[in-house]
Design a protein around this ligand. Structure first.
Ligand code: ADP
Ligand code: MG
Length: 357
């Protein structure tokens, strides 16, 4: 069995945060710890959708002074390349090539840098591709996969789906989005029926699939993040041997979670509010599954993967035979203090989840 110890990333303050005078209250002390230090107004702690328990015993209500340990900590100045090399992502790519089911996801509140960590700032148009230095874990993994599969007789293909309002939709098939059924079988576990899987042989090929799918993803502007994703997106690369009769295939799944959010803070109303509730429902279910999985096997109650589409699709990654890398993303801003503390606490809980790859 393998213990997944998550790394954490603290993004820099954004221009908007600096302009409105937010203070930086989250720092790395350079020894794989994250230090949170702030004086906050007294008040009732708010509940984070990813953490079922709201109690935070190490910190007092007024003075927050807490230190959390991780496998690695990437502070504001850390490059995308250093995150790729330091997070264990390269090892995960190698495991996928070796036939394991691998999953990586970033989690944290809206605007904490999850999408940036996974794919960088996506190119606005084909004429303006993103600079190589800001490419995220996904593009770097694709390059690594392609390099290693060359000459090794491996075929690579990709599928890309989103979970939007508790419906699974194919992001690669042309035309208006239609819901795909989520099924279960003894040999495959939960799987999406009829999802498109497209072969690729070059970095341009898979980058185009990523852009095409991301454009289809529903996004709408709201107060916290102009380009906030309103859906959870799962891009899976399937690694298969071209040799006839070679059994088993490795997979590498990238999960871009929609952010947890409080309806009040984002000014969501109407349709946006329904979306927010569905997003939070999946994240609550995910948080619940992970906290159960973190208990010793003997003391563990039934893990309710069936509570949401997201947890069904991640069932194998979380508790089964997969290898999973989680990256905890937090904002350094004083305004995000309570969400940041919840994410860090949640991340230190997730580190004790074990799987049997
Ligand atoms: P999330 O996906 O968690 O909602 P984003 O990845 O969209 O958050 O990040 C929110 C904003 O912060 C974006 O404008 C993004 O470009 C910026 N950002 C996030 N992480 C970093 C980073 N490490 N360096 C520079 N900018 C970042
Ligand atoms: Mg995002």
């Amino acid at each position: 069995s393998d213990t997944s110890v998550p790394p954490a990333r603290v993004r820099p303050l954004t221009c908007a945060e600096t302009r409105r005078g937010d203070r930086r209250v989250v720092r790395s002390l350079g020894d794989s710890t994250v230090h949170v230090s702030a004086t906050a107004p007294r008040g009732r702690g708010r509940r984070h959708p990813l953490s079922p328990s709201r109690a935070c015993p190490q910190v007092s209500a007024a003075r927050h002074d807490a230190t959390f340990g991780f496998s690695a900590v990437f502070d504001a100045g850390t490059s995308q390349e250093a995150v790729f090399e330091g997070s264990g992502m390269r090892e995960l790519v190698e495991l996928a090539i070796g036939g394991f089911a691998c999953t990586v996801f970033a989690f944290g509140q809206t605007g904490s840098g999850k999408t940036y960590t996974l794919m960088g700032p996506l190119a606005q148009s084909e004429a303006q591709p993103a600079a190589p230095c800001v490419l995220g874990l996904m593009q770097r993994s694709f390059a690594c996969l392609l390099e290693q599969s060359r000459g090794a007789g491996l075929a690579l293909s990709a599928s890309y789906v989103e979970i939007y309002n508790e419906q699974v939709r194919d992001l690669l098939s042309p035309g208006p989005p239609c819901a795909l059924p989520l099924r279960w079988s003894k040999s495959r576990g939960f799987y999406v029926e009829n999802q498109l899987s497209v072969e690729f042989e070059s970095l341009e090929g898979i980058t185009e699939l990523l852009l095409e799918g991301s454009r289809r993803r529903r996004s709408s502007a709201h107060a916290l993040n102009k380009h906030s994703s309103r859906s959870h997106a799962l891009l899976t690369v399937h690694v298969r041997s071209r040799a006839r009769g070679a059994g088993g295939q490795g997979t590498l799944c990238f999960v871009d979670l929609a952010g947890s959010e409080r309806v009040k803070d984002t000014g969501s109303a109407g349709e946006l509010c329904v979306e927010a509730n569905n997003i939070n429902r999946s994240l609550l279910a995910l948080g619940h599954c992970i906290s159960l999985l973190a208990k010793p096997r003997g003391k563990r109650a039934h893990v309710p993967y069936r509570d949401s589409k997201l947890t069904r699709l991640l069932a194998r990654a979380l508790g089964g035979s997969g290898v999973t890398l989680m990256v905890a993303c937090v904002s350094p801003s004083s305004r995000c203090l309570s969400e940041t503390l919840s994410t860090l606490r949640y991340a230190s809980r997730a580190r004790s989840v074990t799987t049997r790859p």
